[in-house]
Unconditional design. Structure first.
Length: 115
């Protein structure tokens, strides 16, 4: 069982940056791939980025790959999402997920980008 708690969301102006964190509990954290998803009001949940258990490989969505970076620190049971050059369309609730089938989810953290 893995429990995930996100933090780091907030209000930022367009062009600004935020770093989201997701702390996991559970001894198997460092064996799972981790990912970030987001959901804007009235929209479906969308993949943002993912990283392998070792951190050796990462993947990002097309609209995020040049601006967002996912990383992890297994010693701290934490995965991060560094978001730069934020746009109003990045406004959403951001969720952390874990597992090979994304079986585990956090409660989400709100990111609001003002124009």
């Amino acid at each position: 069982q893995v429990q995930l708690v996100e933090s780091g969301g907030g209000l930022v102006q367009a062009g600004g940056s935020l770093r989201l964190s997701c702390v996991a509990s559970g001894r198997t954290f460092n064996t799972y791939p981790m990912g970030w998803f987001r959901q804007a009001p009235g929209r479906e949940r969308k993949f943002v980025a993912a990283i392998t258990w070792s951190g050796s490989s990462s993947y990002s969505g097309d609209s995020e790959k040049d601006r967002f970076t996912i990383s992890r620190d297994n010693a701290k049971n934490t995965v991060y999402l560094q978001m730069n050059s934020l746009r109003p369309e990045d406004t959403a609730v951001y969720y952390c997920a874990a597992g090979f089938t994304w079986a585990y989810w956090g409660q989400g953290t709100q990111v609001t980008v003002s124009s």
